[in-house]
Ligand binder design. Structure first.
Ligand code: BG6
Length: 459
């Protein structure tokens, strides 16, 4: 029997832009996603954009009732900055009403809301000023955070500042899966720095707000890094990938510092971000109470083709490695490696002074899931049950060995919109029917998980 700690948080995760819909109503201003879809709808799978997504703005009561039916005791979503403060300054009363009702509905049904502030959804008005490249964005974010704490801090006691900051940095400034899709490592470093500064300023705003009796966190995608071999060069490559993708964020959020070697190598290459002398203190004094860890797959790397100093980008430090023996989710192309959850859990225990943490996302995206629908309209997602139970077993082992993990949230509750992939890959406990009034139908995993929750574990 795999039994989990008392009061373990069982739930699911989602985000405002991927679920709410109602993107252009009730005073909300456009985000980068709304604008990008307007400009290049053909880039979005099946031409489905963010205007309606899963219609949670209108159907949240149904979702909460379904959470209650499963016995879930927690759920993470985010606030849309563009809904709460459409111009960055003026509170939108309709947003205030909506989020208060939504969070209260959860609480009334025994579901604790965990509320995140930024899930890749930069307001368009701020993107026009340079987005996270502009230092002023950090103060705008701190104001937004302060507003959110004052509006909802009496009922919301667990907060997160950012979801996976690495993603908007990497996909927007070193790739083309997020706006503004530029490829410039120096700009990416500046965006990363401002994002983390905005995070620290939001933590500070939390400590200073009248409802500061809860806890605040950051949600990071912590993909443990494995070298191709134990050769010196591969091990060194893995160390750099870890410094860049994990320690830069974790050290900053948990310890209030940046790894010295990383700072040094960026300096050598004239890639250091612009900073202010007072920033050190903001970082040092505003660390988090807990960490959310999103884990989908590990990162495998090998030595770079031609190591180069000073560096011009990550490719001078490491390159990806395709492990021939890997198990894979063919739909999303991601490796399935449950052991990774154990490794990251032990790392949080050993290297980050036992900070409380939880799995804030883990899950499996599957395309054309209707193939697995039975005669009663239930998706028989045994592949997802296997995925989740394998990850829970690895997590359980780490908890037994002392890792202070207090919860497991699957991505996601009701199938939601996946950015450029729109509704291609489905992740939910509940299926969403886009052709039938956003009808929600439980999948087999929802029954399996209800049983796990009822027993606080499984055999
Ligand atoms: C996480 C994000 O990276 O993975 C979610 O926090 C995202 O926003 C999820 O939807 C699944 O990834 P994808 O790209 O398949 O939607």
């Amino acid at each position: 029997m795999y039994t989990f700690p008392k009061n373990f948080l069982w739930g699911a995760a989602a985000s405002a832009p991927q679920t709410e819909g109602a993107a252009n109503v009730d005073g909300k201003s456009p985000s980068t996603w709304d604008k990008w879809f307007e400009m290049e709808p053909e880039l979005f799978f099946d031409g489905v954009g963010p205007e309606h997504t899963s219609n949670t703005y209108h159907q949240y009561k149904e979702d909460v009732a379904n959470m209650k039916a499963m016995g879930m005791n927690s759920f993470r979503t985010s606030i849309a900055w563009t809904r709460l403060l459409p111009d960055g300054q003026t509170l939108n009363p309709k947003a205030l009403r909506f989020y208060r009702d939504y969070f209260q509905e959860m609480i009334d049904n025994g579901v604790e809301p965990i509320v995140n502030l930024f899930h890749f959804d930069m307001p368009w008005w701020l993107m026009e000023k340079g987005g996270w490249e502009a230092r002023e964005s950090t103060d705008h974010f701190a104001f937004y955070a302060k507003t959110a704490f004052e509006c909802f801090g009496d009922i919301v006691k667990k907060w997160a500042t950012f979801n996976e900051p690495l993603v908007h940095i990497e996909c927007g400034y070193m790739g083309d899966a997020h706006w503004p899709k530029v490829q410039d490592f120096k700009r990416a470093i500046q965006v990363a720095y401002h994002t983390l500064l905005a995070h620290a300023k939001a933590v500070k705003a939390y400590r200073n707000n009248p409802y500061n009796d809860g806890q605040i966190s950051i949600i990071l995608n912590l993909s443990p890094v494995y070298p191709k071999s134990q050769n010196k060069e591969d091990v060194e490559a893995a160390r750099w990938a870890d410094l860049l993708y994990i320690r830069s964020f974790l050290d900053c959020a948990v310890k209030g510092t940046f790894p010295a070697e990383l700072v040094e190598i960026l300096k050598e290459a004239h890639l250091s971000p612009e900073t202010d002398i007072s920033d050190h203190e903001i970082f040092r004094e505003n660390t988090v109470d807990f960490v959310g860890c999103n884990y989908y797959q590990p990162l495998r790397v090998q030595a770079p083709q031609s190591p180069h100093r000073p560096i011009t980008g990550p490719r001078d430090l490491f390159r990806g490695y395709d492990w021939p023996e890997k198990r894979i989710n063919p739909h999303r192309g991601w490796e399935i490696y449950p052991q990774g959850i154990y490794d990251i859990a032990m790392r949080l225990k050993e290297s980050y002074h036992n900070i409380p943490w939880f799995i804030s996302e883990n899950g499996m995206g599957v395309s054309e899931e209707e193939r697995y629908m039975d005669a009663h309209g239930i998706i028989q997602d045994t592949y997802r049950i296997d995925f989740v139970s394998d990850h829970l077993k690895a997590l359980h082992q780490a908890i037994e060995e002392g890792s202070p993990c207090f919860g497991y949230h699957m991505w996601t509750f009701t199938d939601c919109w996946s950015w450029l992939n729109a509704y291609k890959n489905r992740y939910g406990y509940y299926r969403l029917d886009l052709t039938n009034g956003y009808a929600r139908t439980p999948k087999e995993i929802s029954f399996w998980m209800a049983d796990v929750i009822a027993h606080n574990g499984f055999d």
